[in-house]
Ligand binder design. Structure first.
Ligand SMILES: Nc1ncnc2c1ncn2[C@@H]1O[C@H](COP(=O)(O)OP(=O)(O)O)[C@@H](O)[C@H]1O
Ligand SMILES: [Mg+2]
Length: 289
């Protein structure tokens, strides 16, 4: 099994990273792919999204600190433990608040541990067991976030229409380039997802146009903006409140279908990349803005 490790990020908070991670993975799971989400945020949004009590289980802290093998930390559909109701094909390594102390915990083991090293071994042990491993990152440059940048194969950028979205995307793109030049040379920007879109607002249209035109490899190349964007809807906070995904609570909703379309697009884009028809090298010059 060829495992795609996808980091979902943007150093801005509240731009849909967690919601997108959870729903893209859930949509891919529905398409029969075996998926794992590793929650790397001390605010444990992805963990809560699945109704999992963050302090009840060992998770990404123990994984990054090297205290437990990653396989021992996986929660899955098959688990009958209390509070765990994960969808089929979708596993989770949860996060807990103690992740805020991970830098010190790792430093205590070795002052010379790099962000690459802390996640490399756990990911290597999981490669081959999943079609997709998603890394949900925190909106700050802490060790788990840096580790995600330094180990991912692909990056999905999350953006929401707001006055600072464009500046945020440029910063995020710089981080991706930096991770590449610092050693993760394989890192590919798979695409930009725009979510929380209200088509009636000019802000959404301006962001969409900017991403469409600025994030492309060459003048005639395809934009890395995903064609499927995700609309703004109150069903999202509703489903998060009950610790489920839209696929469980609103299976036929428009936004659920938008995530289905996005997952199909991701599948197609990966197939194209593997067929060699997308010039990855060209992505180095992808941002003009
Ligand atoms: N499509 C959407 N429509 C409405 N609200 C959304 C949508 N996507 C996310 N949200 C809300 O926006 C907030 C931030 O989303 P979240 O995924 O937690 O962002 P991040 O992980 O980047 O901090 C959450 O309260 C979430 O419920
Ligand atoms: Mg989040």
């Amino acid at each position: 099994m060829n495992t795609h490790v996808i980091a979902v990020g943007n150093q801005k908070g509240g731009v849909g990273k967690t919601t997108n991670t959870v729903h893209i993975a859930r949509a891919l799971a529905e398409r029969g792919h075996k998926c794992l989400i590793i929650d790397l945020d001390m605010n444990h949004g992805a963990t809560r999204h699945f109704g999992v009590e963050p302090e009840a289980f060992l998770g990404s802290f123990e994984m990054l600190a090297g205290e437990e093998p990653a396989e021992n930390l996986i929660l899955s559909h098959a688990d009958k433990e209390e509070g765990v109701i994960l969808p089929e094909n979708l596993d989770l390594i949860p996060a807990a608040r103690k992740l805020e102390g991970i830098d010190q915990a790792v430093m205590a083991k070795s002052k010379f541990m790099t962000p690459h090293e802390v996640l490399k071994k756990p990911l290597d042990s999981l490669r081959g067991k999943y079609d997709f491993i998603f890394l949900d990152t925190a909106p700050n440059a802490t060790l788990p976030t840096l580790a995600a940048y330094m180990n991912a194969d692909y990056f999905v950028l999350s953006a929401m229409p707001d006055p600072f979205a464009i500046a945020g995307l440029n910063d995020a793109m710089r981080d991706i380039m930096d991770a590449r030049s610092r050693g993760n040379t394989k890192l590919v920007l798979l695409g930009v997802v725009i979510s929380g879109v209200d088509k009636r607002t000019s802000l959404a249209n301006a962001l969409s146009e900017f991403v469409e035109n600025s994030f492309r490899a060459g003048e005639n190349a395809e934009s890395v903006k995903f064609k499927s964007s995700i609309g703004r809807s109150t069903v999202i906070p509703q489903t998060q409140k009950v610790g489920r995904t839209l696929f469980e609570t609103h299976s036929t909703h428009k936004v659920t279908d938008e995530y289905r379309a996005l997952a199909a697009e991701i599948e197609a884009r990966l197939a194209k990349i593997h067929a060699g028809s997308v010039a990855i090298e060209e992505q180095r010059g992808v941002v003009n803005g």
